[in-house]
Write a protein that binds this ligand. Structure first.
Ligand code: RTP
Length: 150
């Protein structure tokens, strides 16, 4: 398993407004994952639509896009062994009422339409999303992580 696997994690507008940015970053950092990129931004509607294009036929799609563009988000890329699957565990189940306590959604939210955070669901979707949110590319001056891996 590659130590340089990447995932896209976005703190949604409710997470930013509620002051949960530090909490999210803390949880990924304390696990040992490396914060590879981070930016705070207002989301153009076209970007929100493209990010969630697979859900465009769902009844909640319009509301979902409106939610994502409603305020600033924090877009991040995290790197490390198994970060896609383990990142989803740190994030928790889509519906916060079904998310395990100890996960971010399990600890900090209630409604599926205000579930604080997004995490890529597969390595391939992570690649697509990182390309979409960071078209400028990622800095390549990563430090050596010699205390995390054997
Ligand atoms: P995300 O992409 O945000 O990490 O969420 P996910 O993979 O856990 O869930 P997905 O099924 O891809 O849904 C994307 C986002 O759409 C909103 N949603 N609303 N009202 C509803 O029934 C409903 N279902 C999903 C949530 O914000 C969910 O995270």
């Amino acid at each position: 398993m590659a130590n340089n696997e990447q995932t896209f994690i976005m703190i949604k507008p409710d997470g930013v407004a509620r002051g949960l940015v530090g909490e999210v970053i803390k949880r990924f950092e304390q696990k040992g994952y490396y914060l590879r990129a981070l930016k705070m931004m207002n989301v153009p509607k076209e970007l929100a639509e493209e990010h969630y294009v697979d859900l465009s036929s769902k009844p909640f799609y319009k509301g979902l896009v409106n939610y994502i563009v409603s305020g600033p988000v924090v877009a991040t890329v995290w790197e490390g062994k198994g970060v896609v699957v383990t990142g989803r565990k740190l994030v928790g189940a889509t519906n916060p009422l079904a998310s395990e306590p100890g996960s971010i959604r399990g600890d900090f939210c209630i409604d599926v339409g205000r579930n604080v955070i997004h995490g890529s669901d597969a390595v391939e979707s992570a690649k697509r999303e990182i390309g979409l949110w960071f078209p400028e590319g990622l800095a390549d001056n990563k430090p050596e992580l010699k205390w995390v891996y054997e």
